[in-house]
Design a protein around this ligand. Sequence first.
Ligand code: NI
Length: 267
Amino acid sequence: MTGIDSAFLSPENQNVTDIDRLYADLEVSARRLGLASRTLGLVGGYPILLLTREADTKLPRGLVAGGFHGDEPAGPWGIARFLRETDTSVFKQTALSFLPLINPTGLRAGTHCNDWDENPNRFFIHTQGPDKTPSHEGAVLTQYLPLLLRAARDGFISLHEDSGMEAFYAYTFEQGGKPGVFTEKLLSAGTAHFPLQKDGPLYPPEPDTVQNGVVFNLHDGTFEDLLFDSGVPRTACTETPGKRPIGDRVATAQGIIETFAQLLAEG
Ligand code: NI
């Protein structure tokens, strides 16, 4: 790619709400990498895409999601940058799949929720009462749950941002009752550009409390909670700090995906 194109596509030089450019960028990368692009459903006229590489089923399988929340652009753009810059060798070691943008109407508007004011990462499990149902986006993901569970067989990461923060933290879910190497490596990737969030409650009276940079095994009804509850052995929601420069946040999201791929390859 020429220097001019790289500058055009770099997050510092573009409007992060320009989802037409995001979809176009993903399409170019998918073609280059030989990824199959499947539309799971339409939300507000935009597709929820699943990008997969048909691969040896013996390879470790992992799923990467971005853009559950529209005001957290580093996830989708970090996935786009990872796919733009990686070579095909990563797909010889792992069967990685991507849900690059869950909430297109939110990203386009720069809002946390979707156009219907629903939070797309809630109510996958009935932790807040049986009357609560998933969002438009959540209904699409739920419809394809068996497919997504196969894609996420050995792990799942969802790239989020916390718009109020200057430091990095993550929600992780691991078997064995305490954070292991999965959590440790993700925190290490997340703090390449940022400090680690201090211990303590994030949003009292909510139960989310950070200890050593992580909120661990919190049963909160999110998609990462659902996948862990459904048997995926390790899942995470990473939170890059939204108050820091977008370029560092996109680079961090890209680094988190690279770390996740290494973790999968190492078994
Ligand atoms: Ni979020």
